[in-house]
Design a protein around this ligand. Structure first.
Ligand SMILES: NC(=O)c1ccc[n+]([C@@H]2O[C@H](COP(=O)([O-])OP(=O)(O)OC[C@H]3O[C@@H](n4cnc5c(N)ncnc54)[C@H](OP(=O)(O)O)[C@@H]3O)[C@@H](O)[C@H]2O)c1
Length: 245
């Protein structure tokens, strides 16, 4: 028996990295996974990878910063599945720069993706999640907890992820007991979000390595499954001890 048997799970940013690994794992645990992202080639590949081993997944192209895309997604999910049990708000972008280099466009991209889209997805799907007594998991970051970890130039990223933590807590307060809402704070994880692939700058992590995306996916599985049935409003660092420093 899987930990997510008969659950319908929507994962934003399921086309890559942490979300892609979560999509594979949730499907292995019995969920029917809805993968959302903008890149249809990567999305279709992920869908195929999951289906090829006999599990259930469907990719829908959707830009989470686009309200009309979210409306289309809501209609599809209502019509095709009729319910939603798990919403993993995972899609995110990382932009760094000195304060005087940051443009209005940079603010828009980071805040629209990392915060506004999560709020939009939550508003849109909360009624379905209330009906199913479902679960929301938001993917924040250790950068939302400790400003120095991801680097000193993460003004936009770190502040958007910090705001996401507070948004999570308020949702948990307001929608308890019907919907559990939690927040994951991964540490530095080996995914394509980093264009600079030299990770030696993170040598001070107590566990002496960065995370593998499947390690973050396993923590996500815990929080969305019934193993965490009495947990809501928490912020879980999965960071090899990085936030201790
Ligand atoms: N890697 C780390 O060290 C780390 C640490 C802490 C937190 N996180 C968080 O983990 C989450 C996943 O990141 P990752 O590391 O797995 O990076 P990634 O491999 O670059 O994945 C980012 C995902 O977000 C999706 N995405 C971005 N903008 C989107 C949009 N407008 N609409 C729909 N999907 C969008 C991308 O899909 P498309 O390109 O297909 O749109 C992609 O699947 C992010 O929220 C990130 O902030 C990562």
């Amino acid at each position: 028996m899987g930990k997510l048997d008969n659950k319908i799970a929507l994962i934003t940013g399921g086309t890559s990295g942490i979300g892609g690994n979560a999509a594979v794992l949730f499907a292995k645990e019995g969920a029917e996974v809805i993968i959302v992202g903008r890149n249809s080639e990567r999305g279709k590949n992920k869908e195929k990878q999951i289906r090829d081993i006999g599990n259930k997944a469907t990719f829908f192209q959707c830009d989470v910063t686009d309200k009309s895309d979210i409306m289309v997604l809501q209609n599809i999910i209502t019509g095709k599945y009729g319910r939603l049990d798990i919403l993993f708000n995972n899609a995110g972008v990382l932009l760094t720069g000195d304060l005087n280099e940051i443009t209005d466009e940079d603010w828009d991209i980071v805040y629209k993706t990392n915060l506004k889209a999560v709020i939009g997805m939550t508003k849109t799907f909360m009624p379905m999640l209330e009906m199913s007594h479902g679960v929301i998991l938001n993917n924040s970051s250790v950068a939302g907890l400790q400003s120095h970890i991801a680097g000193k130039k993460t003004y936009l990223y770190a502040s958007s992820k910090a705001a996401l933590i507070q948004f999570t807590k308020l949702c948990a307060l307001n929608y308890s007991p019907s919907v559990r809402v939690n927040c994951l704070c991964p540490g530095i994880t080996d995914t394509p979000i980093y264009t600079n692939r030299d990770f030696s700058r993170f040598d001070s992590i107590p566990m002496k390595r960065i995370a593998r995306p499947e390690e973050i996916a396993r923590a996500a599985l815990f929080l969305v499954s019934d193993d965490a049935s009495y947990i809501t409003g928490v912020t879980l660092p999965v960071d090899g001890g990085a936030s201790l420093k």
